[in-house]
Design a protein around this ligand. Structure first.
Ligand code: ADP
Ligand code: MG
Length: 344
């Protein structure tokens, strides 16, 4: 009998590792390929092009019964720009490819593109092309983004050094709790279509889920402060998962402190309401699109008053000793659960 291996056994990251092992780069301009938030391509002696792509699939990444299609357009650009920001670079162009079933009207596509254009405007990005095709099962959006940076300004996942400070922007777990709220309201609505959900209390989290922003502002703030992160990644799958990418690529370990993890108070209260642990939501909830980065200790002073950058821990030399220090002072090993689309 023919051998058949299940993708779920490898998981998303295992599968990518397997693909990566079979790829070699041949062009001298391909500086960095698979394995970071974006590929790095040499443009001139001192400048590089950054290239990244992300696909959003209806029923997997979004549910149009509660996601306004305009927001979906905005978000699909924001998540791509976020991968360029995660290289400490500026996004400049995107291409947008869509596959549509006949369920979608011209007006729906107009609304999707209004969202895409709004995001292009807010990030200073140009829409320069794409592809259009039909689909038998709903909507698929695939966006590629190009960015640019000085070669010596690019931040990789692999640059974290012992004694560096771990920083994260904004607050975490909000987008995940927003999704929980939206899913719950959907079930309530399906049970009784006359029920009008009271969403005011959850507005912040629902906004985090439906309208995430790429943190390009942080890239500019760091440049202005004269701080180049030693390593950087965007938080798309959850803080724990992203920390593991950094420690694995950099060959280091991390220690983070529970009381330093930024969680908005409405996220905290809603997690408790849902019988979830707020810290677990911040560690393992996805889609916040904040930036996680390390800086040299000497640079901490330069950004210590930034209102949206939080110091959550530091880097040490003991690989495989990635720990969370709880509020009670207990040492707990970090585990990366993240979002795995291949696990049921
Ligand atoms: P992110 O969450 O930052 O978008 P991913 O986890 O999707 O990153 O991807 C990690 C790395 O693997 C990236 O460098 C990406 O380009 C690469 N990658 C993902 N899927 C594939 C694929 N099917 N073929 C080749 N490279 C891939
Ligand atoms: Mg990323």
């Amino acid at each position: 009998m023919e051998n058949r291996s299940e993708i779920s056994q490898l998981g998303e990251f295992g599968l990518i590792e397997r693909l990566r092992g079979n790829v070699t780069l041949t062009n001298p301009t391909s500086l960095v390929g698979i394995g970071d938030d974006a590929a790095v391509i040499q443009a001139t002696d001192d400048e590089c092009i950054l290239l990244s792509t992300d696909m959003l699939v209806e029923g997997v990444h979004f549910d149009l019964s509660y996601v306004p299609i305009h927001h979906l357009g905005y978000k699909s650009v924001a998540v791509n720009v976020s991968d360029i920001a995660a290289m400490n670079a500026k996004a400049e162009q995107i291409t947008v490819s869509i596959a549509l079933s006949n369920r979608f009207s011209v007006e729906a596509v107009d609304a999707l593109y209004a969202g895409i254009r709004a995001a292009c405007e807010s990030y200073g990005v140009d829409l320069v092309g794409g592809d259009t095709t039909s689909s038998t099962s709903g909507l698929i959006i695939s966006i590629s983004v190009m960015g640019r940076a000085k070669r010596d300004q690019i931040a990789y996942r692999s640059g974290a050094k012992v004694n560096d400070i771990l920083c994260v922007t904004g607050d975490l777990g909000g987008a995940f709790m927003g999704l929980q709220v939206l899913e719950r309201e959907k079930q309530v609505f399906l049970a009784d279509p006359n029920m009008q959900p009271d969403m005011e209390k959850y507005e912040y989290m629902v906004g985090r889920q439906l309208k995430p922003e790429a943190r390009m502002d942080i890239v500019y703030d760091l440049l202005e402060a004269g701080v180049k992160p030693t390593s950087m990644i965007d938080v798309s799958d959850g803080l724990a998962s992203e920390l593991f990418h950094i420690v694995k690529s950099s060959g280091v370990g991390v220690r983070i402190y529970e009381d330093k993890i930024p969680i908005d108070h409405t996220t905290y209260e809603t997690a408790v309401e849902f019988n979830l642990d707020p810290v677990t939501c911040a560690l393992n909830g996805g889609e916040d699109y904040e930036l996680l980065f390390t800086i040299s200790k000497d640079d901490q002073e330069k950004i210590k008053n930034h209102p949206d950058i939080h110091f959550i821990g530091y880097v040490h030399d003991r690989k495989d000793q990635n720990v969370l220090i709880t509020k009670q002072g207990t040492v707990v090993p970090l585990r990366a659960q993240g979002w795995d689309h291949f696990k049921g």
